[in-house]
Design a binder for this molecule. Structure first.
Ligand SMILES: C[S@@+](CC[C@H](N)C(=O)[O-])C[C@H]1O[C@@H](n2cnc3c(N)ncnc32)[C@H](O)[C@@H]1O
Length: 284
């Protein structure tokens, strides 16, 4: 059994190359064209982590916006973002803030709105029906939202170890997302992607583009690209932690299954696919 020490900041850094491949190209292009047509935008990103979307805006030619405000509740992620993004501060008014989204919304109290609102790998961690109206209070009428990598109900790990047990793990893992509560709030939905079609409209949004942004990770002749083996170990470790001690799972069999998945990463055999959806739209 390998010893795995999880580092969330390293996971987010390792996730960047996976996300770069996954982001839906049509939805990105539609977003980039709409932002460019604005001729200058004040951008807000919620749940910004260590700032990889800010870097992506720079790398893909959308830098500098008029201003970019990135908020995240985790002070360690924000510290990492401050360090990574220091060079970009010279070209744009870039603010990176450690604050819980709900506290941030309470502080703003409707006194300020942004032209573009980003949430990347974030909405599947919150209660969308209550979070979306609050998020939309941060966006001006006609402003754009770009909500990406919204998990949508499929976690595929290959090769199969035990078909029935594999399917059970997937179902129970998704259930932990559906039942998760943070600070007393419902926080998550394993089918966030598909539910956003309805929820965005309910909240007063018009969807302009949508498409899939599945994570697909596999090893080539040179193994996994970049730090993606670490990304995979982190995912398997997350499943382990989420289901550890679950009353419906045999502990020893489950631990052996987890060890087997880690070993498949070490040998370059593990293939991982997670189904996700991207959305671009505007607030009516
Ligand atoms: C899966 S990570 C994604 C981070 C980043 N968008 C990325 O893809 O690299 C989700 C992020 O949301 C942040 N987060 C979760 N709940 C939050 C909340 N209520 N307010 C602000 N940030 C939150 C976490 O700290 C974490 O950095």
């Amino acid at each position: 059994m390998i010893t795995f020490t999880p580092s969330f900041a390293r996971y987010l850094a390792a996730k960047k190359s996976v996300d770069d491949r996954a982001l839906n190209a049509h939805v990105w292009r539609s977003m980039a064209q709409a932002v460019t047509a604005m001729g200058g935008a004040h951008v807000l990103e919620v749940g910004a982590g260590i700032g990889t979307m800010v870097e992506r805006w720079h790398e893909r030619g959308l830098w500098p916006p008029v201003s970019y405000t990135a908020v995240d509740a985790n002070p360690e992620n924000v510290a990492a973002a401050q360090e990574r993004l220091a060079p970009l501060k010279e070209q744009a008014q870039l603010t990176v803030t450690a604050v819980d989204l709900y506290d941030f919304i309470a502080q703003i109290e409707g006194r300020q709105t942004w032209d573009v609102l980003l949430a990347h790998a974030f909405l599947d961690l919150v209660d969308v029906p209550t979070a979306l109206p609050a998020l939309f209070s941060l966006l001006r009428a006609g402003g754009l939202f770009y909500f990406t990598l919204n998990f949508d109900g499929a976690t595929i790990l290959q090769p199969t170890i035990d078909p029935l047990f594999d399917a059970r793990i997937e179902a129970l893992y998704h259930r932990t997302m559906d039942e998760r509560r943070v600070n007393g709030r419902a926080s998550g939905d394993s089918q966030t992607g598909r539910h956003l079609f309805t929820e965005l409209r309910h909240a007063g949004g018009e969807i302009l583009a949508a498409g899939s942004s599945d994570w697909v990770v596999f090893a080539g002749a040179d193994g996994y690209p970049d730090d993606e083996a670490y990304f995979l170990h982190f995912i398997v470790n997350t499943m382990h932690e989420a289901l550890s001690g679950h009353p419906e799972l045999d502990k020893d069999y489950f631990n052996a299954w987890i060890a087997h998945r880690h070993a498949q990463i070490e040998s370059g055999d593990l293939v991982y696919v997670a189904h996700q959806l991207d959305f671009l739209g505007r607030k009516l």
